[in-house]
Design a protein around this ligand. Structure first.
Ligand code: NAD
Ligand code: UDP
Length: 316
């Protein structure tokens, strides 16, 4: 198939391109590089089955020739307010790409009569009051809070994706992605794993925001990409959670990173750095993915962290 990947120069997008090319598809990346980097796809340059177009998908997207599949990943993704690449610093761009960008990407799918996959997020559940989060949970989201620019954009993106499916009959798929990590994440991304790995490799204390009792569940990128690929080939139109159900506290994550990197500097608790809207708990319920896609993560945290540490060590 000829597959359009919006956001393909980003962290997850570039790994997805690798997988799609490995499966003998042709790939066209459309990315404006706002949070991504050409470094992520430099190894693909010059291939006949790979094309890159620098373009903001919040504006009309024109792709000459046929497109069999649109995979829409373009969006800032880091919630960190201190990073220039976090969505709090890119609020309008984030809302526009979730709304206008998704509309344009669906327009390509409609014009080419192709299938469509949306990279949505666990953030549609907000600060969840149901645990673990099932796809049937409607969420607990503040429409005007600091995360709303991302959460509401993705909720709109899901709504318009379902509208194109129901009204125009487009074959659409929605992946609700939970925290994913791995090689090629920006060193200055601001999310917890890049922060901790950079700090550990510099032998600095790991900055824990709050008391570190908040939890997350981290999925290694190869597992996530495998889930996306299976969802892409499935008949499923309703949202499917993709993530690793192994939940841990941020405290526990910090201890694991320090042990694997032999960082002598320990941790630093920064009580006032924890954002008020920071979710307390997050764990995917992946029963639907197991049942429909026969998918579950294979790579445990230590193995995934060791691969990511190697990559960070090379780039630091
Ligand atoms: P990333 O920032 O590395 O990748 C996003 C890519 O989209 C970047 O290359 C960026 O330049 C591009 N982009 C952003 N706005 C654009 C626009 N208007 N036009 C064209 N390109 C644009 O982030 P990521 O972690 O790889 O996330 C990829 C997708 O997965 C995002 O949609 C994100 O919301 C979703 N997601 C990621 C995670 C995670 O843990 N990494 C979790 C949930 C959802
Ligand atoms: N966090 C932290 N130290 C850091 C960066 C993040 O303790 O240097 C915490 C953050 O407050 C949150 C969790 O780690 O509770 C995960 O944050 P991240 O930015 O990775 O993304 P989120 O899961 O909130 O979308």
């Amino acid at each position: 198939m000829k597959i359009l990947v919006t956001g393909g120069a980003g962290f997850i997008g570039s790994h997805l391109c690798d997988r799609l090319l490995q499966e003998n598809h042709e790939v066209i990346v459309v990315d404006n590089l706002i949070t991504g980097s050409l470094d992520n796809i430099a190894h693909l340059a010059g291939r006949e089955d790979f094309h890159f177009i620098k373009h903001d998908v919040s504006n009309f997207i024109y792709i000459p020739g046929k497109v069999d599949y649109v995979m829409h990943l373009a969006s800032p993704a880091s919630p960190n307010p201190n990073s220039p690449f976090g969505y709090p610093q890119l609020p309008i761009q984030t809302l526009k790409v979730g709304a206008l960008g998704t509309h344009n990407a669906l327009g390509v799918a409609r014009a080419h009569n192709s299938q469509f996959l949306l990279a949505s997020t666990s953030e549609v559940y907000g600060d969840p009051q149901q645990h673990p989060q099932k796809e049937s949970y409607w969420g607990h989201v503040d429409p005007v809070g600091p995360r709303s620019v991302y959460d509401e954009a993705k909720r709109f993106a899901e709504a318009i994706t379902m509208a194109y499916h129901r009204y125009h009959g487009i074959e659409t798929h929605i992946a609700r992605i939970f925290n994913t990590y791995g090689p090629r994440m920006r060193l200055d991304d601001g999310r917890v794993i890049p922060n901790f790995l950079c700090q550990a490799l510099r032998e600095e204390p790991l900055t824990i925001y709050g008391d570190g009792n908040q939890t997350r569940s981290f999925c290694y990128v190869d597992d996530l990409v495998d889930g996306l690929y299976r969802l892409m080939l499935s008949q499923e139109h309703e949202p499917v959670n993709l993530g690793n159900p192994h939940e841990m506290s941020i405290q526990e994550l910090a201890l694991t990173v320090n042990r694997l990197t032999k960082n002598p500097a320990g941790v630093q608790l920064l009580a006032d750095q924890r954002a008020p809207a920071d979710p307390q708990q997050r764990q995917p319920d992946i029963h639907r993915a197991k049942e429909i896609l026969d998918w579950e993560p294979q790579i445990d945290l230590e193995e995934g962290l060791l691969k990511t540490i190697d990559d960070f060590r090379r780039r630091l």
